[in-house]
Design a protein around this ligand. Structure first.
Ligand code: 0FX
Length: 248
């Protein structure tokens, strides 16, 4: 049995554009299939956007799960920020493309936590079960982490790994000819609030240089204002990023 009516739910323009472009470059995958690309209703940056031949529609997976199962036989989450309702997971094959190396640092911003706790980092495509980033693994690729990586450096490497996995596995997924393996252990899960907790730097914190450097590079991601401290004199919030440069 091959999947024919595919709903792709995403809140990440980069991965969505890659998927749409890849389908355009491999017409044998889209022949005899219909694809619909949707994003979270509050994603103003993506809703209504034209990508390739498609327009991204706002879509609430909780409210519309009956419509989803009626009109689609496969749902692919490509960095979808909505949690899938259990009724949807139970009645339709749901697959997730995740920017982390399951089962380590499942959940929010895996590279941030891998920089801090040293657990493996990479990308994973897996079946969705009721727990976050937890189901049977279809394909995964680990990426290296270097002592000079910021969150953005590591994330860029993870994105490349995701693109490789999509290129290798999407055909097998659409043909339902893939095999799976169970995650090696339960692993660990980080939530958005765990990331938020990391952002304030306590100037009186008693940490090693390594811990301080790791915290700052885990929170340095391009122009995002993640890490901050409060200046004692003025009470001003001061944002911090770090630059690291390995010798050639
Ligand atoms: O789409 P995504 O790369 O992934 C996130 C979760 O990490 C992932 O587990 C979940 N499946 C998916 C639905 O959402 O996240 P993003 O595009 O919001 O952010 C990409 C990176 O940017 C993130 O890994 C860290 C960085 N970032 C993002 C924001 C919004 C920051 O450093 N600070 C920020 O405020």
């Amino acid at each position: 049995m091959a999947y024919k009516k595919i709903l792709v739910v995403s809140d990440n323009e980069h991965i969505l554009s890659f998927l749409i472009d890849f389908l355009g470059r491999t017409p044998e995958l889209s022949a005899d299939r219909s694809f619909r690309f949707v994003c979270s209703p509050r994603n103003n940056a993506l809703a209504g956007k034209h990508i390739g031949d498609y327009v991204v529609e706002p879509f609430d997976v909780k409210l519309n799960y009956q419509e989803t199962t009626k009109y689609h036989d496969l749902v692919i989450s490509a960095h979808c920020k909505q949690l899938f309702p259990e009724e949807l997971i139970a009645s339709c094959k749901c697959i997730n493309i995740h920017p982390g190396f399951n089962p380590y640092n499942r959940g929010w911003y895996p590279q941030v936590f891998s920089i801090l706790n040293g657990l493996p980092l990479g990308a994973t495509i897996h079946e969705i079960d009721p727990e976050i980033d937890h189901g049977s693994i279809i394909s995964q690729k680990e990426v290296p982490l270097y002592a000079w990586d910021t969150s953005l450096d590591a994330y860029n490497r993870v994105q490349e790994a995701e693109e490789e996995l999509i290129t290798q596995s999407l055909g097998h997924i659409l043909d339902a000819s893939y095999t799976t393996s169970s995650p090696s252990e339960e692993g660990n899960l980080n939530l958005k609030k765990d990331f938020e907790t990391l952002r304030e730097i306590n100037l009186d914190g008693n940490v090693t240089y390594k811990q301080a450097l790791d915290r700052l590079r885990a929170l340095t991601h391009g122009d995002f204002k993640n890490a901050y401290f409060y200046d004692l004199g003025t009470g001003k919030k001061v944002y911090v990023t770090i630059k690291l440069e390995p010798e050639d």
